[in-house]
Design a protein. Structure first.
Ligand code: ADP
Ligand code: MG
Length: 398
């Protein structure tokens, strides 16, 4: 039997450990409160968000918890249980590239809020997280959003969730220097139990789409391929540039403006085969997101989205060329074991695979992936069942 962990729905990490860490890091004091924000997983809609397209993530029941007290000066002190250290910076000194490393994700949120004209107090923070780091489940957005909701409440900023997501994104883009879209932060802030978040990244319109798999005897399995991410910055830059070139040659603001019914005509107008394939991925992926959302909204059996998930994987593998052997092996093994659909999720070149499986087949599916990995000589994958959870907010530590 595989050691698959099952989310419990209410299985949020208790804040008690963060409160204890707060007391040891900050001279025996107690925090003003605890704030929690989830990681996320994207059901479908990959590399669409920087072309004004559609995404359909869910907030996980794994996240970051921050035990926080407000300070009377502009110092930000953060103790990370994961790092085992306390780091600090004056908010006045924060800017692009400073502070470097993990503190930038948190300090960057304060900087972005100040840039937006808010009066941002210093904080003492103890930070705990149960989101796997660097697995494509957005441990980074969990940190940013936990501290964003804490600042919003403690500083009485009165910002809505979309405005907080924008500040968290600026932290990641401008202070850390990671060129990501806004999906992760929006999912972490707008997540809702039993729902997917349909996001139109042009209008920023959010719609909750019902995603109650349990009543259909289904589970969404997350399989971390544990493939090492290496040298992917240049790859991402090429995908961004190819999409931008495609949009420009087609005379549209973004590839979102190409409808799938006009795809063949559009492709015929492009002069480069690589650009053609990149465009085909983005246009068909947007269409798949819309089809998945329509299917789920209609209350149909979610098994019907399986084929769209698998088509998405094939498009990422063959047209966008962002998958790697460990990821493809997990998808193939899950499908061979009877999954209704499977695809890589996240930016690519590693990370996690999602498989939509009958709940009774969770263990056998993971076993099948494990066997395939053992045969190929890959490190064993790690798997858990995703539970669509609520978004960031204040929590009572238990
Ligand atoms: P992902 O968001 O997919 O997990 P990223 O590379 O975007 O991967 O973010 C991971 C980074 O976030 C880590 O390298 C670290 O800097 C920071 N981070 C995540 N969790 C923690 C934590 N508990 N404590 C300190 N830093 C963290
Ligand atoms: Mg991240």
């Amino acid at each position: 039997m595989s050691d698959v962990t099952h989310g419990e729905g209410s299985g949020r990490m208790p804040g008690e450990r963060a409160v204890d860490a707060f007391a040891s890091a900050f001279a025996g004091t107690r925090p003003d409160g605890c704030w929690w924000a989830p990681g996320r997983v994207n059901l479908i809609g990959e590399h669409t968000d920087y072309q004004d397209g559609f995404v359909l993530p869910l907030a996980l029941d794994r996240g970051a918890v921050a035990a926080v007290s407000v300070r009377s000066d502009d110092l930000l002190r953060v103790h990370s249980l994961h790092e085992g250290v306390t780091a600090s910076v004056r908010l006045a000194d924060v800017g692009p590239g400073n502070p470097s490393g993990w503190l930038g994700y948190l300090a960057g949120v304060g900087w972005a809020l100040a840039q937006a004209g808010h009066d941002v107090p210093g904080l003492d923070v103890a930070l705990d997280s149960d989101v796997p780091i660097g697995a494509g489940l957005s441990s980074s957005a969990a940190l940013e959003c936990a501290v964003a909701v804490a600042w919003n409440d403690l500083g009485d900023l009165g910002l809505d969730r979309t405005a907080l997501a924008a500040a968290a994104r600026r932290a990641e883009n401008d202070v850390v220097g990671a060129p990501t879209g806004v999906m992760d932060q929006m999912a972490s802030l707008h997540g809702r139990s039993g729902s997917l978040m349909f996001l139109d990244t042009r209008s920023m319109h959010v719609e909750q789409v019902p995603f109650d798999l349990a009543v259909h005897g289904l589970s969404l399995l997350v399989i971390d391929s544990r493939a090492p991410h290496a040298l992917v910055d240049g790859e991402y830059a090429e995908r961004h540039a190819s999409c931008a070139r495609g949009a420009s040659q087609l005379g549209v603001r973004a590839l979102r403006d190409i409808d799938v019914t006009g795809l063949d005509d559009a492709l015929a107008r492009l002069d480069d085969d690589v650009v053609r394939r990149r465009v085909r991925h983005v246009v068909t992926e947007n269409d798949r997101v819309l089809q998945v959302a329509d299917t789920l909204r209609s209350g149909a059996d979610p098994r019907r989205i399986g084929a769209l998930m698998t088509d998405s994987h094939v498009s990422m593998r063959d047209d966008f060329e962002i998958t790697v052997p460990r990821v493809d092996a997990a998808v193939d093994a899950a499908l061979a074991a009877g999954a209704h659909g499977a695809r890589m999720t996240g930016g690519g070149f590693g990370g996690c695979v999602l498989a939509l499986v009958d709940s009774a087949a969770v263990t056998s599916t993971v076993d099948a992936v494990r066997s395939a990995y053992a045969e190929a000589g890959f490190d064993p994958p790690v798997a858990f069942v995703a539970v669509a959870s609520s978004g960031a907010g204040r929590v009572v530590p238990t």
